[in-house]
Design a protein around this ligand. Structure first.
Ligand code: SF4
Length: 368
């Protein structure tokens, strides 16, 4: 059995570490690219959302490398992602890519026993025993959380660094190291060194950078190709920002503590009290995890064809007015040209800067 799953940000790095640790191989699709998007689009339903088209290409790429089994989360809604597996299967079967599918449905949909059976199927070729597998899972979870802590620190320090680009450089070097690591212990060592490097960069505490909350559709928030590398662009502009959605956040809210996210969101989100599909509710609720007065604005990102996020976008209009917090919504489509996005982001940051300078918005203390 040669396993694969579609790319989603750094998920392939974590998956490779996990399967390597338990003596199995994960086939990693080629990185997302414009050519791949065109290939995926050419056989996808025309009006499906952008992540689907990229996933079609990912699975063709993995098939060409010898993969024969796909692991796919399939939560039966509430947005299209929950049904992706079924549609992907039809599309790929029709074009000769006849994969075996292991669908990781929610417990409420298939029951605990069935889910356990499917999970057992994934690791059936492993020679590791259950305690080794649990140890590997815990190790990879720690890698994910530590890398996300590093990214979080870098996103904030990018607005304060004396040597521009240093935070970004440390994160990228760490990511490259993790992609090459041959064991979880080695990955943890790389992370420790990267944390030390980031903690020792020179910071100008008197700087007053623009501070943003970056939120939006889950795939676009996590995958750098899906968002045209917006995080690096913000870092290059010297903006400090927090991101509401990540792989670690998804694991915590979906697998480890599914009710935790529900209760915390329910209490605070008066603008979108109900789940309307996708992670639209979390897109709006996510900003309540931060003190809004510490931020100058919000950037919402979403791919073309995403219905839940279009609703979230309309909610932001009211929220922006009530909270006196400007919101920029960026819809990423299938075009490669980046100039339009960059101009809009630059204009938004410029507007926030002027607003801050004019004292229309109170200056705040450094939040490092
Ligand atoms: S949240 Fe939107 S873009 Fe993402 S899978 Fe669902 S419908 Fe598609």
């Amino acid at each position: 059995m040669r396993l694969t799953y579609p790319r989603l940000g750094d998920a392939h790095i974590y998956g490779r570490l996990l399967f390597q640790e338990i003596g199995m191989e994960l086939i990693i699709p080629d990185p997302n690219s414009q050519r791949g998007l065109e290939r995926g689009s050419s056989i996808s339903p025309e009006d499906i959302c952008l992540p689907f088209k990229l996933m079609v290409d990912n699975l063709i790429s993995a098939w060409e490398k010898g993969a024969d089994t796909v692991i796919m989360p399939a939560t039966m809604g509430p947005c299209r992602l929950g049904e992706y597996a079924e549609v992907l299967k039809v599309v790929l079967d029709n074009h000769g890519y006849r994969y075996n599918w292991i669908l990781l449905d929610s417990i409420s949909a298939v029951g605990l026993n069935e889910l356990k059976k499917r999970l057992a199927l994934i690791i059936k070729d492993s020679n590791s025993n259950s305690s080794e597998i649990i140890k590997a899972l815990k190790g990879v979870y720690t890698v994910i959380k530590e890398f996300e802590k590093l990214e979080k620190k870098a996103r904030i320090s990018s607005g304060y660094e004396k040597q521009p680009g240093r935070s970004k450089e440390i994160v990228n070097k760490c990511r490259r190291g993790l992609a090459r690591a041959t064991s979880i212990d080695q990955a943890l060592g790389i992370l420790e060194k990267s944390h030390n490097s980031l903690n020792s960069i020179e910071i100008d505490e008197f700087k007053q950078p623009i501070k943003i909350i970056l939120t939006g559709e889950i795939f676009t928030c996590i995958d750098s190709f899906g968002n045209h590398n917006i995080e690096e662009k913000l870092m290059d502009m010297g903006v400090s920002f927090e991101k509401t959605i990540s792989i670690g956040w998804w694991i915590d809210n979906t697998i480890i503590n599914p009710l935790g996210g529900y209760f915390s969101n329910k209490r605070f989100n008066e603008y979108m009290p109900y789940c309307i599909g996708g992670y639209a509710k979390e897109t709006v609720s996510g900003i309540y995890r931060y003190k809004k007065q510490n931020f100058d604005g919000i950037i919402q990102i979403l791919p073309v064809g995403c219905m839940p996020e279009i609703v979230a976008k309309s909610v932001f209009d009211g929220l922006s007015r009530d909270e006196n917090l400007p919101v920029l919504s960026i819809v990423f489509d299938e075009m490669v040209g980046e100039a339009g996005y960059i101009t809009r982001i630059e204009a938004f940051i410029d507007m926030l800067m002027r607003r801050k300078n004019l004292n229309l918005y109170k200056g705040k203390k450094c939040c490092i």
